[in-house]
Design a protein around this ligand. Structure first.
Ligand code: ATP
Ligand code: MG
Length: 497
């Protein structure tokens, strides 16, 4: 091989099958029935990227990817594989890993703020209908207009409650705000809170640069999100989270021309979730992001049991396709096999459809891009063995790594800053205090009460105004900008009402 940056995926008829660094932002897919080798293939790719100095992000749904941090154990089956694949640089080793966990139990906690997640993703996450979604958009716009910070769930809840109390005056500017819709959103928020969503929303929010590290030896750091519990308890939050990272990357990274390697490679396990749960506008945005993020140097790799789970629009963009064995039990299976086979560039030496059902574990049909960006004909490839351990770390191995992480000081502790909730609470207390005082000074209590209730309905915006000012003062201008920026607000929130 020449000096081009590349790593070996596996071997076919005694030759190494390379994945080129410069083609790695052209996205990819790993598919196959259960137990056919998808996770180990992911592991081999992640190792390869890391060795090229490319940081990786991957969700670890079964917890069996964490072994990538440890040196692999010798095994006769691995030697057997090694004998068939030219791998001159194979060397058993562990890779640098940052462990993340939304619940903060098995990794550093990952958080984002409500404003950064934005209304479109949040509406999808909460499964809101159109009317409710309209109210949620209004909440974001009001917060935006008033410079109120929505960081965590209690900010959003306080905002919604306040909107309910001032629905009449707000409706003039922001459209109908019905109490039923507000009630429905509040109930959804409660459910999400019970699933642990309250821990996900807040600060310190994850900074992308912390996912894009290279260690002292030049290896890209592999970021593993422990998604075991998240995936089991809240698959929607899981997909919303990954979509959020993707769109953050899209928004924040500058365009880059053709590069030797991507800036980051992103593995999307259980990708079917992403597509089957997404609303239509979200799906459209997702397809658009996948199309455009390539030029920012990000490669996205989908892992799924069947390529049929991936929309055609996305499927058509994939440069690397690694297809493990498929089962042919039902007529539906057989139909899928036929269509999968037809999607590969035919190889005259291979009967793609029949090979698809014959492939052994850790063996796959592979199509990739050559140095000119042309899809290769499909090849039957024995996937390389990983250099790191197959299977999970022990609890203590993992713990000690989380403990030693240089990012621990930054993320381990949650902070609760003065934001919408605190601001609204403060204001409510202030009003109550003023009312009590007024009642003391003027015994004509009826008059005072009617004045204040009038204030609440017609003077609603004054209250928000003064809140905004005090909030802005308390937080400094930098944060004011953050909410306006509302990353997903601009990317995924373009829908104006
Ligand atoms: N490239 C490989 N080299 C060596 N062993 C492999 C390779 N691929 C798969 N194996 C073996 O096959 C087992 C199953 O593979 P893997 O866990 O990757 O399957 P999977 O498709 O991810 O399964 P599931 O759908 O259940 O998640 C591994 O534990 C490993 O022992
Ligand atoms: Mg797996």
């Amino acid at each position: 091989m020449n000096s081009e940056k590349a790593f070996t995926i596996g071997g076919a008829h005694g030759e190494a099958i390379p994945q080129l660094g410069k083609m790695s932002n052209r996205h990819g897919m790993i598919a196959g029935a259960t137990g056919t080798g998808k996770t180990v293939t992911l592991q081999v790719l992640a190792e390869g990227f890391s060795q090229l100095g490319v940081p990786v992000f991957a969700a670890d749904i079964k917890g069996d990817l964490s072994g990538i941090a440890e040196t692999g154990k010798p095994h006769p089956k691995i030697d057997e594989r090694l004998a068939q694949i030219p791998l001159p640089h194979y060397s058993r080793q562990g890779f640098p890993v940052s462990f993340w966990d939304i619940y903060g139990e098995t990794g550093l906690p990952v958080r984002t703020t409500i404003s950064e997640m934005g209304p479109l993703l949040l509406a999808n996450l909460l499964e809101l209908n159109d009317t409710q979604e309209g109210v949620l958009y209004a909440a974001f716009r009001i917060a935006d207009d008033q410079g109120m910070l929505m960081l965590d769930l209690k900010d959003l809840r306080a905002m919604l409650q306040w909107m309910g109390e001032n629905a009449k005056s707000l409706s003039l500017d922001y459209g109908n705000i019905s109490s039923q819709s507000i009630g429905a959103i509040q109930r959804r928020l409660l459910v999400m809170e019970e699933q642990g969503g309250d821990r996900f929303f807040g600060e310190p929010a994850l900074e992308l640069q912390d996912l894009m590290q290279v260690d002292f030896s030049g290896k890209g750091v592999i970021n593993l999100l422990d998604a075991t519990r998240l995936y089991a308890e809240s698959p929607r939050l899981y997909s919303a989270f990954l979509l959020w990272i993707l769109s953050e990357l899209f928004e924040q990274l500058p365009e880059q021309g053709d590069a030797e390697t991507p800036k980051l490679v992103f593995f999307f396990d259980e990708a079917h979730l992403l597509f089957e749960n997404a609303s239509k506008p979200l799906l459209e945005k997702l397809e658009q992001v996948v199309r455009l993020i390539r030029s920012k140097g990000v490669g996205v790799y989908f892992i799924s049991q069947s390529p049929m789970d991936i929309p055609d629009d996305v499927l058509g963009q994939l440069g690397l396709k690694i297809q493990h064995a498929l089962r042919a039990f039902t007529p539906k299976d057989r139909k899928a096999i036929k269509s999968v086979a037809e999607n590969f560039r035919a190889n005259p030496d291979l009967d793609t459809a029949s090979v698809l059902t014959e492939l052994g574990i850790g063996e796959a049909l592979v199509s990739r891009l050559d140095a000119k960006g042309t899809p290769t004909v499909v090849e039957r490839v024995l996937i390389a063995p990983p250099q790191s351990r197959i299977g999970p770390l022990t609890e203590s191995e993992r713990e000690s790594r989380v403990e030693r992480s240089p990012l621990k000081a930054k993320y381990a502790q949650a902070i609760d800053r003065h934001s919408a909730y605190e601001a609204l609470k403060q204001k409510a207390e202030q009003i109550a205090a003023e009312e009590a005082k007024a009642a003391e000074v003027k015994p004509a209590a009826t008059r005072s009460r009617s004045a204040s209730s009038r204030g609440a309905s017609s003077g609603g915006m004054d209250i928000v105004d003064s809140l905004a000012k005090s909030a802005a003062r308390a937080m400094g201008s930098q944060l004011g900008r953050q909410i306006v920026r509302g990353l997903l607000g601009s990317l995924f929130g373009g829908r104006k009402r």
